[in-house]
Design a protein around this ligand. Structure first.
Ligand code: ZN
Length: 127
């Protein structure tokens, strides 16, 4: 249970300035907090989810990958609560057995983003 913003496993660093390792490490912490912990109160909840989105958006910007489209509304925005089916955040299509390939494609995309392409040593300048 997390009852104050100070207890959240997050930093206030600018995601754009963080290294790939720092991003994936903080992602793991904040994802864990938002999925496994009970966040008490709106401020804690909103801060955790806001930071989670900031980190995610920065990771998305660093990978060359696109989420698959929703077969119903063509949106590319998926969500999933642990233990629940995946859903489109636009039209709330719930994915089931008939969407096996799509579910796999979304999982692959999420893994790609969360591991920044599966290759943390992306090269580039180390300065
Ligand atoms: Zn949709």
């Amino acid at each position: 249970m997390i009852e104050s913003v100070e207890e959240l496993p997050i930093t206030d660093r600018d995601p754009a300035e963080m290294s790939n390792e720092e991003l994936t490490a903080e992602w793991a912490d904040v994802a864990d907090a938002t999925t496994r912990e009970s966040l008490v109160g709106d401020e804690v909840h909103n801060t955790a989810h806001g930071r989670r989105k900031e980190i995610w958006d920065e990771m998305v910007s660093r990978v060359d990958a696109e989420p698959p489209e929703c077969p119903r509304c063509r949106a590319q925005a998926w969500t999933q609560t642990p233990g629940e089916p995946k859903e489109c955040t636009e039209c709330w299509l719930t994915l089931g057995f008939e969407h096996e390939d799509l579910i796999e494609a979304i999982d692959e995309y999420w893994t790609t983003v969360q591991t920044l392409g599966g290759d943390l040593d992306l090269g580039g300048d180390q300065a």
